[in-house]
Design a protein around this ligand. Structure first.
Ligand code: M6R
Length: 603
């Protein structure tokens, strides 16, 4: 996820901008840039890779005296992580930086191109600056030009724009992406994506709300929403940096669980239009030539793959098999060029997954990466890529990466089903409704979180956990168990509920904890019988379901949904929070559990 900083004042601007961006490094980025407007001249610098590259490029640049500065770290979503695609983007007299995704950028770009505008980058962001300048050229002043530009954009954005037409002003806008305005005692103005860069500089801050936009001068700040003036709501800034990076959460994993609603929104952004799925990245794949899918991945990404296998067979009506990458590599697999080979990886660097991908390429298969990190080894190797857009994930235990992988795969299953004409309009409409509902479903309910926090104290001992579920809730059970064991060091297994009586039920006694995923939309009665069998053997049961269940020792009530995937995602959040709270009570390092690494680049 990108980062933004901005400054209005008389101090040296490069220092604040580069240091501010360094404070945002934890969000992840692949290129960076700054622009400074002083004495009606704009100086701009960009560099790919680490901030040290931008630091070196700007080493001889300094800007004492009154002026404006904007700075940006970019996490590629539209276009490769190149210097041209790095922000700021410019027109003839203005520069812009932007976090988020402009959903309707193509329509805007087409109109601007037909007006004769030349674009330099592949980004969605560049339309903002050209549209702003177009409004000025047809006679608007800079303020109404900015207002009209913002009104034309659909999507998620935090935007800072500077222009020689108003050399004392930073224009800003915020929708669905964080943007903070800070103020110092000396009337300097600051902008940032989070508190951390402002600590030690700003005295008070205002957290902008969605739909707010405005313009800032040194001693003047105008804020609007839907053309109406808004009151300024500044409050004192806490000076704790680590807490600021974690946005006040106890651990990055907790923050990432809470971020899922936003990042799932980003995964979907621009990929659903009218009643269809739009995946421009795959426009060159001829699906008529493909009659099966094979997916390879490790760990959590493997669990996302297993969930997807149900969707590919059900929605796309295409055969799908899933393999753990480290097993696939040595089994001498029979590979067929009519099979689409998909790898899933958060990091894009997992050695086993990368090697499996190379095997598929050597066998002349079409390959597709579902990945969170653009330009990673896996993305560079695969023929095609769908980015999951989860932003950097710091917690070793994967949460938001899993959520965005499953959403991306769901989009893909619908896309392929449509290409193969296996999905009716009506089914597509129902699926799209459910997809669009997902950001809301994964939003953490504070009351449920508090209940899980209290419940967790009863689950700190025992000789093991069984997470059980059926159908797509089986991979979710596997994922729930993996989360718990990674950060609590307690023994946990995921099982298909119907399989318990074929062996594992021998372990059942009161010290065996069963976490039962009991959705109402799929096989509820079958699940109920399986849980009853375990209860009869005295296993301690924690049931997660919309329907109260008498024999459960503990019960977490979920919402009633009409689509199984909505139940899936709500239960996903609950299992993540359960693992988190148990681990915290056990005093473990949630973000860096023992023996584990975030990126597994060895066999
Ligand atoms: O980066 P990848 O998705 O390829 O990583 C695969 C696994 O190493 C990873 O999912 C691991 O299982 C996580 N620690 C799960 O929380």
């Amino acid at each position: 996820m990108c980062g933004i900083v901005g400054y209005i004042g008389s101090k040296e601007k490069r220092g604040f901008l580069i240091n501010g961006l360094k404070e945002l490094e934890y969000r992840g980025y692949d290129s960076a840039g700054i622009a400074v407007l002083k004495d009606n001249e704009i100086s701009s610098f960009k560099a790919t890779g680490k901030l040290t590259n931008l630091d070196a490029k700007t080493a001889d640049f300094s800007s004492e005296g009154f002026g404006l500065g904007i700075g940006h770290t970019r996490w590629a979503t539209h276009g490769k992580p190149t210097e041209i695609n790095a922000h700021p983007h410019w027109g003839e007299f203005s520069y812009v930086i932007h976090n988020g995704i402009i959903e309707n950028y193509k329509e805007i770009k087409d109109t601007l191109v037909s007006d004769g505008v030349t674009f330099l980058s592949q980004t969605d962001t560049e339309v903002i600056v050209h549209l702003f300048e177009k409004f000025i050229k047809i006679g608007e002043n800079a303020f109404s030009a900015f207002e009209k530009t913002i009104a034309s954009l659909h999507g998620a954005y935090a935007i800072l724009l500077i222009s020689k037409k108003e050399p004392d002003v930073i224009f800003f806008a915020k929708n669905a992406v964080p943007l903070i305005v800070g103020r110092s005692a000396e009337n300097e103005i600051f902008f940032s994506s989070s508190d951390a860069p402002l600590i030690g500089w700003a005295k008070e801050v205002m957290y902008l709300e969605d739909g707010q936009y405005g313009w800032a001068k040194c001693k003047e700040l105008s804020l609007f929403k839907s053309l109406k003036t808004q009151a300024l709501n500044f409050k004192a800034l806490s000076q704790d940096k680590i807490l600021a990076q974690k946005d006040g959460f106890r651990f990055f994993m907790e923050k990432e669980i809470y971020e899922q609603s936003i990042v799932v929104g980003e995964t979907l952004m621009g990929r659903i239009k009218d009643n269809s799925i739009v995946l421009d990245e795959l426009k060159d794949i001829c699906f008529e030539d493909i009659d099966a899918i094979k997916i390879c991945a490790c760990g959590t990404s493997y669990h996302a793959a297993l969930s997807a296998s149900y969707m590919f067979e059900r929605l796309s009506k295409i055969r799908c098999s899933v393999e753990i990458a480290s097993e696939f590599r040595y089994k001498q697999p029979l590979l067929d060029t009519k099979t689409l080979f998909i790898v899933i990886s958060q990091s894009g660097e997992t050695a086993d997954t990368l090697e499996a991908l190379k095997m598929a390429k050597n066998a002349n298969m079409k390959t597709l990466a579902i990945c969170n990190v653009d330009n990673s080894s896996i993305v560079r190797t695969a023929d095609f890529t769908l980015l999951t857009r989860a932003g950097i994930e710091k917690g070793v235990a994967s949460t938001k990466a899993f959520a965005t992988q499953v959403v991306t795969l769901w989009l893909l299953a619908l896309f392929i089903g449509d290409k193969k004409q296996n999905i009716s309009q009506e089914l597509m409409r129902l699926e799209i409704d459910a997809l669009l509902h997902t950001p809301l479903v994964v939003k953490v309910n504070e009351i449920v979180h508090e209940k899980i926090r209290r419940l967790s104290k009863r689950y700190l001992h025992g000789h093991g956990f069984f997470f059980i579920g059926r159908d797509i809730f089986f991979p979710l059970a596997l994922e729930g168990a993996l989360k718990l064991k990674e950060i609590s060091y307690l023994h946990a297994e995921g099982y298909p509920a119907g399989e318990m009586k074929h062996g594992p039920i021998a372990l059942a006694d009161s010290e065996l904890f069963t976490i039962a995923l009991m959705p109402k939309t799929l096989l509820y009665d079958k699940m109920k019988s399986n849980v009853e069998e375990l209860s009869a053997r005295d296993s301690t049961i924690l049931a997660i379901s919309p329907e109260p269940f008498d024999i459960a020792d503990d019960f977490i009530k979920t919402n009633l949904h009409t689509h199984p995937m909505s139940e899936f995602f709500e239960m996903m959040v609950i299992t993540q929070l359960l693992a988190l709270e148990i681990s915290i009570r056990l005093g473990n390092d949630v973000d860096m559990p023992r023996n584990l690494a975030k990126s597994v680049t060895v066999e």
